[in-house]
Design a protein. Sequence first.
Length: 79
Amino acid sequence: MRVSAPSFFWLAHMSTLYLDIETRSTRSLHLSGAWAYADDDTTEVLCLCYAVDDGPVETWLPGQPLPSVFSTIAANLAD
């Protein structure tokens, strides 16, 4: 995973965070709705792709460390 600047840079200059979460489940998202689908024991995250502003699209996979941009955002939610 490429991060070309310290994590505080992302928070200070971020205007848009784009997310795409790919999942699978035995439950139907369309029939059960988002909350029931996400809460189902068979639902699992396959990958999460994200980009900050016009930056490159990055991919996170379960089992990998959390990308620093998410830790930075979570630590500064009040801002």
